[in-house]
Design a protein around this ligand. Structure first.
Ligand code: NAI
Length: 337
């Protein structure tokens, strides 16, 4: 079986090769791997002609046209090396007879710990303090933070990642409020409780997003939700960029209604993220504006990026492909999911 990766980077090559070596007994070595640095799109899809399994990453726009081209070339499986699948037209894949599988959980710790890292950095201005001391500036003006202990943290989406995040934040002595259509008993066990989204936004000092991007969650954080948040609250998004209306957060930052913003994901990240554009002009005016705020911290979709997560992503992706070939359960994304 041949598997072709798109948008692959040296760390993908390394993690997939290591997974093949370590999973020799599971038969991982039988999968012939091809790595492409470029993205999967309508133009590049033809390179997968005769390749049964195609493995895109999160900013490959796998739309109906790409899927039709892949199907015409003989691709039968889209093995996503991500948990999120909002970049794939799953219904179009079903129509084309292509199965979509994903990596439902690799390291929830990676993403949850990154969200916590963003909170600590923004609160204590570590990003600014680091720059200052390197310039010989040892003053403290402008670096005043707050104790996390005793604060209220709102967790939107208490799936695998949201619950790890809630666990870590509870250990800081915060009160955890959660919002999720499906309640999980762990939140009560942590001393937290489920409330409506409105109550969560109105009560939390820190709001962290851990729900998927779907038509119903697009711009979950918009002008009205920002207005209902506690003045000066902190918003963290390590989930998907489309959950947050970027123009609305710029207004909320300018008015001071939003006190701190941590974004690992950005709604227009597609053309920029995972590549070095440091020699070019930044043409995205919204991102450029966000980068001017001292109380905004932006990382380039790196929350997943730990050794453990990469190893798990590679192992699960290879194992999904083999299980699919055998007709065994393989983390299929259902068309109406
Ligand atoms: P999960 O599927 O375990 O949990 C998602 C939770 O969100 C579920 O409990 C679900 O009921 C809940 N949910 C659905 N609709 C909701 C709504 N309208 N409001 C509140 N909650 C809602 O997913 P997991 O593994 O915890 O991942 C969460 C998200 O994190 C993924 O959808 C993905 O977009 C993002 N992610 C980001 C990464 C990064 O590197 N920045 C890496 C991995 C995932």
């Amino acid at each position: 079986m041949r598997m072709m990766l798109f948008s692959s980077r040296p760390y993908d090559v390394e993690s997939f090769r290591s997974a093949q070596a370590e999973g020799a007994q599971a038969g991982f070595g039988a999968i012939e791997l091809a790595f492409n640095e470029f993205r999967l799109d309508e133009r590049t899809a033809k390179l997968a002609e005769g390749v049964q399994v195609v493995c895109p990453f999160v900013n490959d726009g796998v739309n109906a046209a790409v899927i039709e081209r892949l199907a015409a070339g003989g691709t039968r499986l889209l093995a996503l090396r991500s948990a999120g699948y909002n970049h794939v037209d799953v219904a179009a894949a079903a129509r084309a007879g292509i199965v979509v599988v994903r990596v439902p959980a690799y390291s929830p710790y990676a993403v949850a710990e990154h969200a916590v890292g963003m909170i600590l950095t923004l609160n204590r201005r570590l990003h600014r303090a680091n720059n200052r001391t390197r310039e010989g500036d040892f003053s403290l003006n402008g670096l005043l933070g707050f104790d996390l202990h005793g604060k209220t943290v709102g967790v939107v989406g208490t799936g695998t990642i949201g619950r790890v995040f809630a666990r870590i934040m509870a250990s800081f002595g915060t009160t955890v409020l959660a919002y999720d259509p499906f309640e999980h008993p762990e939140i009560a066990a942590l001393g937290g409780r489920y409330v409506s989204l409105d109550t969560l936004l109105a009560s939390a000092d820190i709001v962290s997003l851990h729900c998927p991007l779907m038509p119903s969650t697009r711009h979950l954080i918009r002008e009205s939700s920002l207005a209902s948040m506690k003045p000066g609250a902190m918003l963290i998004n390590t989930s998907r960029g489309g959950l947050v209306d970027s123009l609305a957060v710029i207004d909320a930052l300018k008015s001071g209604q939003l006190g701190h913003l941590g974004l690992d994901v950005y709604e227009e990240e597609g053309p920029l993220y995972f590549e070095d554009h440091s020699d070019e002009l930044l043409l995205d005016d919204v991102l450029a504006r966000l980068l001017t705020f001292p109380n905004v911290l932006i990382t380039a979709h790196q929350a997943f990026f730990t050794r453990e997560a990469l190893a798990q992503i590679a192992a699960t992706t290879l194992s999904n492909a083999l299980a699919w070939q055998r007709g065994a359960p393989c983390n299929v994304v259902e068309p109406d999911a």
